[in-house]
Every structure is written in structure tokens, then in C-alpha cells.
Design a protein around this ligand. Sequence first.
Ligand code: MN
Length: 496
Amino acid sequence: MVDLKGYEFWFIVGSQDLYGEETLRQVAANARVMAEDLAKDGLLPGTLVLKPVAVTPQGIKRLFAEANAAENCAGIITWMHTFSPSKMWIQGLALNAKPMLHLHTQFNRDIPWDSIDMDFMNLNQSAHGDREHGHIYARMRLPRKVVAGFWRDGEVRRRIGVWMRAAAARLDGERSVVMRIGDNMREVAVTEGDKVEAQVKFGWQVNTWGVGDLAARYAQVDEAAAARLVEEYEAAYTFAPDLKTDGPGRRAVLEQAKIEIALKGMLEAEGAGAFTTTFQDLHGLPQLPGLAAQRLMEQGYGFGAEGDWKQSMLLHAAKVMAAGLRGGVSFMEDYTYHFEPGHEAALGAHMLEVCPSIADGKPRVEVHPLGIGGKAPPARMVFDAAPGPAVLATLVDLGDRFRMIVNEVEGIRIEHPMPKLPVARALWKPYPSLAAAAESWILAGGTHHSVYAQALTQEFFRDWAEMTDIEFVLIDKDTRPDRLRDELRWTEGFRR
Ligand code: MN
């Protein structure tokens, strides 16, 4: 669904006109070799566009002005092949609005011990040229990612690829609409937030539509089209026995198919990439969107329950970052704990809405009553999440700023069938431990809702937080809650 090749990344190689034509020709030729080779690498998912070698302040300023105006330019990579005095870069960097990656590398891997002379040294002086370049970012307090190492190295390329995916999600954010169907759940604090600031920081347009609009579309859905969609479900998922024959269960699945068609039509009409629902505002709908919400997440839409638009948009951003990668990404909620010594774990789930992209095997479609919302029993997909490394990510609004919190976790295979639990679930062991992770998350003000990502690591979210200029808090193997509390207090001063 997401085509990352549509995102351009400009590669700007820096030098100066002090060295003469021959040196600049060599710089340009080497830059072309690098750009062509990097462009072919699947680790770098965007389209790399090589720009002319940057040698004058006027040329550099013009390049950045062009980048700002280029709609598909998602980010800029700079690298100094030679020395490139960085006062030449000030005016360009001052007007730049694109995410930056400073690649610190050099064209040759090895020192040519036998032939090295001063001409070679002058041509290949990234080691000091990039330090001059990096200084001006630090001096100007500019957000950026620095990646150092040999450019053919897989780890260097992987880290550039992560940044490209984050930058694609950031640019996608400028085109993204979150469709809030109904308001936030009454009295809940953590799903609230400053929607104006969200648009300033992330580009997200967070707007509201009435559930009545959805109900009207629902009432208009062609029954035959919905029946065909149910057959599609039956081919893709396992149906519980009571759904195979005509009866109330089958009817409930058909209603979810009608909701999916209605909701998708509405999302497409508004160009929305994410949506929220709330069980407190379902007037005119037969059920809370369950299976329908799961299906739309599977197709790449962001979703947040109880009006949680921040996690909905974050989920959509994560889906963009994860495009084509192994493993899924889902809306998630910390639900209940297992405190058995040595086997501590958290069980995550939601009332209905967990994305089947994280499932281990084929999801089962089942219909059960829902004890909340006072509507008919909704159909939903039930499954266990696949085991393996994952991260939980969330965004909170602290009143004066957004904070992103990411916890590294290990998804665990669920050994118990839990036959009476009628929802999709994930079991994980958070790092550094259940207790320390929970203490840290709570000290940082983290939500009960989050994005559960098997396909992504903390680095994706860190890069995205850097380029959107928000606070980033990591809870990993090395986190100590007491130290984290101090860090949060220092950051409080920094951010003010
Ligand atoms: Mn919830």
C-alpha cells in the first residue's frame, strides 16, 4: 500500500572551489559511484537523488531552497568529500525544513599505504571536513542523525534506511488526516491532547466527523457487496463453526463487513490515513467496529480506540515506516500482568481492535457479546501475536510538549490457549524487567494505549522524534527507573 520509492532523498556532497577543476571532477565522479550503488540497495527504501557538488554559499542556499519546495523530497543526506568550510552552509541550513542525515564516511575504505601523497590526502579528507560540517549543526542546534562508517558497510546502510523510513513517515504526516469519529472517551486524560500543536509538529490534520455520517453510509451499503466481503473474510481467516451457517453470528460478521465498506469509503473520501472510534458514540451503528477496525489496520490505516487520535496517527506513521518489512504493527493496550517469579510478563489486548498483521498463524473470526457500549455482539478476529522482539511506542501530551516513550520488549509464545478470552492478545516480557519497565513508563507518564511494533526498533521512533523535534524517552535493557526519573527532570529544564 505504501510505496517508499515515491519519497526522494537528496544526496548533497560538499567541497569548495579551492582545489581546482580536476579535484572537483573527481569528487563529482566518486559521488556518482556512491549514489548509484546506494540507490540499488534494498536497505535504502527511498529514491536517492544526487545533487551537484556543493561548493559556494549561493549554490548551497539555492539547493536547500529547492529542497524545501520539492514536495516529494523527504530528507537530505550530506557528506563532505573534502573540506567544505561550514560558514558557507549557514544560510542554506538556516532555511532548511527537511530532515537531515549527516553521513560521515569516505570514498576509499583503506589507506593506500604505498601510493598515498598529499594530493590523495586533500581529496579524501572527510575525517576533518565532516567535523567542520558537524560543528555547524551543533552550533546552530539543528536536529539531525549522524551516521559514521564506511559507506559500503551493511550497518551504515541499515541505519540510513531506518532514517529514510522515519523521514517518509514524517512527510506522509504532512499529508495525513486523522478522522475522529466521535470525541474521546469521557473523563479520560491520556487520550486528550493539543491538536493544533500536533499539526505544527507532525503535520497531522486531526479533525472530527459525526458518527451519523458513518451510520448513514452504513445504511446505504449494498448487502450483496457486504456478502462478497464476508466470503473474502472466510477465505482469509478461520470462521468459528457458528458463523458458517445463517444465524445471528453470520449476521454479525455481515454487519462488520458493512461497517468496513462504509468506513473505508469515508476514509477514502477525505483522504484520511487514520481514524478513531468510541464506544460511547455509536448512534445508528449496530455494533462497535471490531473486525472492521482490524481489517482497516491490516490495510495500513492507523486506529485508536476511545478517541485516541495520537496513537492512531502514530500507528499510521509506524505502518509507513514498516512498509515491506517483516513483522506487523498494531494498536495495543496493556491489559493485565503475570507476576509469577521468573516468568513475569504483560498481556496486551483490546476490547476488539488488535491488528492481524502481528498474528501468529491464521486469525479466527468469532462473535461474542461486548460488556461495554450496549450494542449487539460484534465479530472480531481472535489470535495470539507472534513471538519475537518488538517495541511499544506511545505519544503523550504533557501540556507544553509531546513526549514519545518507547519500551523494548520480547514477545513470548503463549503456551496457554485461554479458551474463554474472546480477543486477540500479545504476551511480552518488557526490558529491563516487568517491574522496572512499568515503573519507568509510569514515571514518564506513558499511556495504557500504545503501538506494538514487531517490524520496527527503537531507532525508527528515535529518528522520527528527532526530526519532529519532540522529546524521546527509551526504556531498554539498561534503564534504571531512579536514573530515568532524574533524566526526566533534567529534560524538563531543557525543554523549557
Ligand atoms: Mn482502550
